[in-house]
Design a protein around this ligand. Structure first.
Ligand code: GUN
Length: 293
């Protein structure tokens, strides 16, 4: 049995907020308050929770965030013209459309409508193209938060075999590109596994660092991992139980099961999720800084 270290997102996000206070004060002294417009279409319960946490954090930091609620039946064209208005509104530095969107709306079309300089989620193809070619851009918040956790705890990625589970545009795809890029936080050998991978364990058991973004509660158990592996758990699920609260928050990893075999793990809650929000704040402050010149 080894001691499994908890990689708390709480400590790292606090360090990020402390570092941002100075920059925010300096922007405010010039009459600029970093401002984010968040668009939520429909009533997806998890999206509502995420949007509320984002706006709470902005308020805490003395920043402005406005949540715009649009009905489930909103058309794609209607949403796009709304985004175009926000692109023109210089009082907003960032524009974020919460995903997933109702089925009548194609998310690719909507993401393309966001001005790249206001795309604090880093989802626009222009930003993803810059990321892929190693150029300066808005880095998607969850991947950026994962890199920040690893560097904060001095977990080196250079030469490590990093196995990423999940190929979403939000997490799996961009983190696999970043971790294999030639820079300080990268230089790893990356294997990207997904729902089409056969014999997943063959790969996960070889991972020095395992990044799990599958969207399946507690799927990764002890037998999937190598002794001493570092595990980053990106999943957040609300599972019903019989205790007082009536539910528990769990990740894609069965945390109890890997305890004593993994050398380190990001907890759920209190891990990557907190970092996603911190990186959204950071990207919005960066957007305000860029637009102030
Ligand atoms: N849905 C799940 N994660 C995210 C995110 O990081 N940004 C947006 N806009 N929607 C999401």
């Amino acid at each position: 049995m080894i001691d499994t270290r908890l990689l708390s997102g709480r400590d790292v996000s606090q360090a990020v907020y402390t570092a941002l206070h100075h920059q925010i004060r300096s922007l405010k002294s010039k009459g600029i308050t970093p401002s984010l417009a968040v668009i939520l279409v429909g009533d997806d319960p998890s999206s509502k929770v995420y949007v509320k946490s984002k706006s709470r954090q902005f308020e805490k930091m003395g920043l402005r965030s406005e949540t715009i609620l649009l009905p489930e039946a909103t058309s794609e064209a209607g949403l796009i013209s709304f985004i175009e208005e926000l692109n023109q509104d210089s009082t907003f530095h960032g524009v974020l459309v919460q995903l997933p969107l109702p089925r009548q709306i194609r998310s690719e079309k909507v993401i393309r409508a966001i001005a790249p300089k206001k795309d604090v989620d880093g989802f626009h193809p222009e930003n993803l193209g810059l990321l892929t070619t190693g150029q300066s851009c808005f880095i998607p918040c969850t991947p950026k938060g994962i890199l920040k956790i690893l560097s904060h705890f001095n977990i080196s990625t250079k030469g490590q075999h990093i196995v990423v589970l999940g190929r979403s545009n939000i997490v799996g795809r961009p983190i696999s590109i970043l971790l294999s890029s030639k820079n300080n936080n990268g230089n790893g050998t990356v294997t990207l596994c997904h729902s089409g991978t056969s014999d997943l364990k063959t790969y996960t058991r070889q991972a020095d660092i395992l990044i799990v973004a599958l969207g399946v509660p507690k799927m990764i158990t002890r037998s999937f991992i190598k002794k001493g592996a570092v595990i980053v758990d990106v999943g957040i699920h609300r599972l019903p139980n019989n205790f007082e609260k009536g539910y528990e928050i769990v990740g894609d990893v069965d945390q109890q099961s890997v305890e004593g075999k993994a050398s380190a793990i990001t907890p759920v809650p209190g891990g990557v999720g907190l970092m996603t929000i911190a990186m959204l704040v950071e990207n919005t402050v960066e957007a305000a800084e860029i637009q102030s010149h």
